[in-house]
Design a protein around this ligand. Structure first.
Ligand code: NAD
Length: 492
């Protein structure tokens, strides 16, 4: 039985200087599956955010500031093992916050969050040393060596859709580079950040190195954190509009900023594809995590000869999804994260209908029985028949839905896929490898998947073209963002 069904509410405090902070102000957080409050979450005020930043600064002057890279790598590996041993607690906390189904949370989301620590331990271990021998006039030489130095205090502002996974994607490289961190998780998903901080301290992380402040965004904990002059670098994942506000805040200083933002990702399904794989892969890319993945597909372009088959296949996949109790292993569809997000998604569903879309599946809310009747459920939805400039074809919905349209030529589909203000991810389905290379080269997209979706390698750069982001993280790009690079030039 989930906590909300039993009526209990977890207290979710901030974590500063190695300990939970007694809760003063707090807000109610609701279980998205039932719509009932299931947590009291601390709302950090400016003084608490200030305390977290000052604590982090102090920690940099303490033992953490003197750790070796080897010691930090060993810490990341210890933490990963500890998280693995406590997988069930992390899964339960993530489900209580998000209503995600237990099977993908246990098998994919939390293991990937843990894997980020192992991956960045390895990336830091393997990072190439850069040295340049410089010939000087008269036969003299100099040796230039590139050294890494922590940036200082890193402010991390995270979203709710993959809470722990997207948090560890930033916390792991920030810590391995020797920084201290203040994290502001989403107000909709505070629990796993708190557990992570407690676990990191149980694994020997010195007090003050990893701090968690809870609360809302603009004009609240998030705003206080990014505006704080004691924060040396800011990294953010979330909506493009929020990214603009955060970049403005980072201009004071100025401080380095990394932005991973929204998308309106296309799938390009060519007639020469493996149709079964294309339909199954596209269905996953539409419906996984209730469409609440930044990499989710929301525009499906299908070659005319296979359009009917793809549309029927995706509609069947939508019908086959099993919404329900997040703790039941057979559940495959969770709710939207909040009443606000559900209303936004349903508003866009209604707009699509009003614009004359042909509804191929879903189209509205999902009727659920108790105890889920008041949860934030939306139906997996497919539309066809709208022009590319219709609102549903341009705006990120962040729900389990997509618009399907027909194309005739490679040039045409490339132009239409690129005609978006976003450029985060794209998927190409074709068995013609020359075509795959050609189309991938033309796509304005930070990631292009061919005949797969959401296959990730933490060593590869990740980020967006256009309004989908600023900068790249992943592999050595993360090490570069979370380090000040110093050139030591020695005359020989
Ligand atoms: P959001 O922008 O509403 O909130 C993200 C975080 O920013 C939250 O912690 C929030 O409290 C905080 N925040 C909001 N306003 C702020 C402000 N003015 N100053 C400081 N902090 C502020 O995003 P969301 O709804 O949590 O997440 C969904 C969005 O994230 C979607 O647009 C999705 O595409 C995007 N996303 C992008 C990626 C990527 O890697 N590019 C990954 C996941 C999600």
């Amino acid at each position: 039985m989930s906590p909300s069904v039993s009526g209990t509410r977890d207290a979710v405090p901030c974590f500063i200087d190695g300990r939970d902070v007694p809760i003063a102000a707090a807000f109610d957080k609701h279980d998205p599956a039932t719509g009932r409050p299931n947590a009291r979450v601390a709302e950090a005020d400016a003084a608490l955010v200030d305390a977290a930043v000052e604590t982090a600064r102090r920690a940099l002057r303490g033992p953490w500031g003197k750790t070796t890279l080897d010691a930090r790598i060993a810490f990341l590996e210890r933490l990963a093992a500890h998280m693995e041993a406590n997988l069930a607690a992390l899964v339960a906390a993530e489900i209580a916050d998000t209503g995600k189904p237990i099977t993908p949370t246990t098998k994919v989301e939390i293991p990937r969050a843990i894997a980020n620590f192992r991956a960045f331990a390895q990336i830091a271990r393997d990072a190439p040393a850069e040295t340049f021998e410089t010939a000087l006039p008269g036969g003299a030489r100099a040796r230039n060596t590139v050294l890494r130095h922590p940036v200082g205090v890193v402010g991390i502002v995270a979203p709710w859709n993959l809470p722990l996974l997207l948090l560890t994607w930033k916390v792991a490289p920030a810590l391995v580079c020797g920084n201290a961190v203040v994290v502001k998780p989403s107000e909709h998903s505070p629990r796993t950040a708190l557990l992570l901080a407690r676990m990191a301290h149980a694994c020997g992380l010195p007090d003050g190195v990893l701090n968690v402040v809870h609360g809302h965004g603009a004009g609240a904990a998030g705003g206080f954190l990014v505006a704080h002059p004691g924060v040396d670098a800011i990294t953010f994942t979330g909506e493009t509009r929020t990214g603009e506000a955060i970049m403005r805040a980072a201009a004071a200083g100025p401080r380095p900023v990394s932005l991973e933002l929204g998308g309106k990702n296309p799938a390009l399904i060519f007639a020469d594809c493996d149709l079964k794989a294309a339909i199954a892969g596209t269905a996953r890319s539409l419906f996984d995590n209730c469409g609440q993945v930044c990499l989710t597909t929301e525009r499906v372009f299908v070659a005319r000869p296979v359009f009917a088959q793809v549309a029927a296949g995706l509609a069947a996949a939508a019908l086959a999804l099993k919404p329900g109790d997040p703790h039941a292993p057979e559940t495959t569809l969770g709710p939207a994260i909040s009443a606000l997000q559900r209303d936004k998604v349903l508003g866009l569903y209604a707009q699509a209908k009003a614009d004359g879309a042909e509804v191929l599946a879903g189209g509205g809310a999902l009727e659920m029985s108790e105890p889920f009747a008041e949860g934030y459920w939306v139906a997996p939805t497919l539309w066809a028949g709208l022009p590319d400039d219709a609102e549903i074809c341009r705006r990120e919905v962040f729900g389990p839905c997509a618009h399907l349209s027909v194309f005739d030529t490679e040039d045409e589909v490339l132009a239409r896929a690129n005609a978006s203000e976003f450029g985060l991810a794209a998927t190409v389905w074709s068995t013609d490898s020359a075509r795959v290379q050609r189309v991938a080269a033309g796509l304005q997209s930070g990631t292009v998947w061919a005949n797969c979706w959401r296959v990730r390698d933490e060593r590869a750069p990740f980020g967006g073209f256009k309004r989908s982001g600023v900068g790249r993280e992943g592999g050595v790009r993360s090490l570069d963002f979370y380090s000040e690079l110093k050139t030591l030039c020695v005359f020989e």
